[in-house]
Design a protein around this ligand. Structure first.
Ligand SMILES: Cc1ncc(COP(=O)(O)O)c(C=O)c1O
Length: 409
């Protein structure tokens, strides 16, 4: 909960609006997440999903906590390198790897191949570099009970997967050493149990003589979140402990006959799971309008600052009153600065409110600042808050130059 003094001090120092990253809470949650998996399987490695929020200060923090970087583009790979990662600590996924995919491959990074075309190219790179022994993982496309067909990875139900292993076997300095999967929109414990069963069976089938070096399960877990938000996802949100037991216990059992050295690394790639709850967005009320019986509260921010979550769920909300003149609202829409009718951040606020009051949205860690287009207005700063309450700039507020340098004026 934010006090008015805290909010006014933040505004004085950094302006309004801002993103606020609560570092101490993030670190605590992160460590607890990792500890759950380590408890059941000692060879666990977290690879943080950059797409979710690649703010370099967060990536650096993850690095200091022992996390790897999970990237899906040359841009994200460059962020990982810029914050000090060595290629072996970078997992490069995705269907569109450019030049730096080759760099990852040639320098011992973990590259998970998405399709046969990419694999053909990798075989060629191996041929061109006969003095190097190259290792890859393969992203497999599995069905864990989801109600859609994923477009990612190589289909385990078609001859393509065997073909991929055969292609690699024909190249003497190339080896498949890992398997990867990721299935979105499937965050239940049952879905994770299916992931584990299927991935262990695939590991047995395609690595009959020696366990793979790693099995990367992607992510797709619920984060810890405020009760008001959790309720909107249903009653049974699994805990980190639930997920860890579901995945790491079968791994431990399956590989109990192997030495520590021989056991595969169990990897997951949390994004939202570790970041969502630890960034808040602090904006202000600009005006309150009454139009044909409707109440609109215009804020100094936009849905684009918060990300898609605000379209799908009612965000955790805190209001801190500043204005002495308050009015009672019954079903007010919080709307943004863009000229879009559908720029709605909160659908039905009921309570008192005044111009200048602070509006704090929780749970904006994922797909927020990294997904913000420069549509109509540049983005605001991101501020980090340390355990002792002191604050530091993680991302400066953008300016005209930041948006327009690539345009020819
Ligand atoms: C390959 C991959 N790994 C990890 C993640 C992160 O998943 P989550 O945010 O559910 O932890 C994603 C998200 O889409 C992904 O595509």
């Amino acid at each position: 909960m934010y006090s008015i003094e805290k909010l006014q001090a933040l505004e004085k120092q950094f302006g309004s609006p801002i993103y606020l990253f609560r570092e101490e809470d993030f670190v605590k949650n992160y460590k607890e997440f990792v500890a759950c998996f380590n408890k059941y399987y000692s060879k666990y490695q977290l690879a943080y999903s950059y797409k979710t929020n690649y703010t370099p200060a967060i990536c650096k923090l993850v690095k200091s906590l022992g996390g790897y970087a999970e990237v899906v583009s040359d841009m994200e790979y460059s962020v990982a390198r810029a914050v000090g990662y060595e290629p072996y600590q970078i997992v490069y996924n995705g269907p569109f790897k450019k030049e730096l995919g080759k760099e990852t491959l040639l320098n011992g990074g973990i590259i998970n191949v998405d399709n046969l075309e990419e694999l053909k190219n990798i075989c060629k790179i191996a041929d061109e570099n006969p003095d190097k022994n190259l290792e890859i993982g393969i992203r497999v496309n599995i069905n864990i009970g989801q109600h859609f067909i994923s477009r990612f990875g190589i289909d385990t139900d078609s001859p393509d997967l065997q073909k991929a292993f055969d292609m690699v076997a024909a190249v003497k300095n190339l080896e498949v050493v890992g398997l990867h999967c990721h299935v979105g929109q499937s965050r239940t414990v049952e879905a994770w149990s299916n992931r584990a069963t299927i991935m262990l069976a695939l590991a047995d089938k395609y690595f009959p003589n020696k366990a793979p070096k790693f099995i990367d399960m992607g992510s797709g877990m619920f984060a810890r979140m405020e009760e008001s938000l959790a309720k909107q996802f249903g009653d049974n949100i699994p805990t980190f402990e639930d997920y860890a037991k579901t995945v790491a216990v079968p791994f431990a059992e399956h590989y109990k006959h192997l030495s520590q050295e021989e056991k595969p690394i169990l990897m997951t790639e949390p994004g939202t799971t570790v970041i969502n709850s630890y960034i808040d967005f602090i904006g202000k009320v600009e005006s309150i309008k009454h139009i044909k019986g409707h109440e609109f509260v215009v804020l100094n921010c936009s849905k684009d600052n918060l990300g898609d979550i605000c379209k799908m769920k009612k965000m955790p909300l805190q209001i801190v009153h500043v204005n002495k003149e308050q009015e009672m609202l019954n079903e007010a829409e919080f709307v943004g600065y863009t000229c879009l009718e559908h720029d709605v951040m909160y659908p039905d606020y009921k309570g008192s409110l005044g111009v200048g009051d602070y509006v704090i949205f929780g749970n904006v860690g994922g797909y927020s600042n990294v997904s913000k287009p420069p549509f109509i207005f540049w983005n605001c700063p991101m501020i980090g808050q340390k355990a002792d309450g002191s604050c530091y700039v993680m991302k400066k507020g953008e300016t005209f130059e930041d948006v327009f340098t690539t345009y020819v004026i």
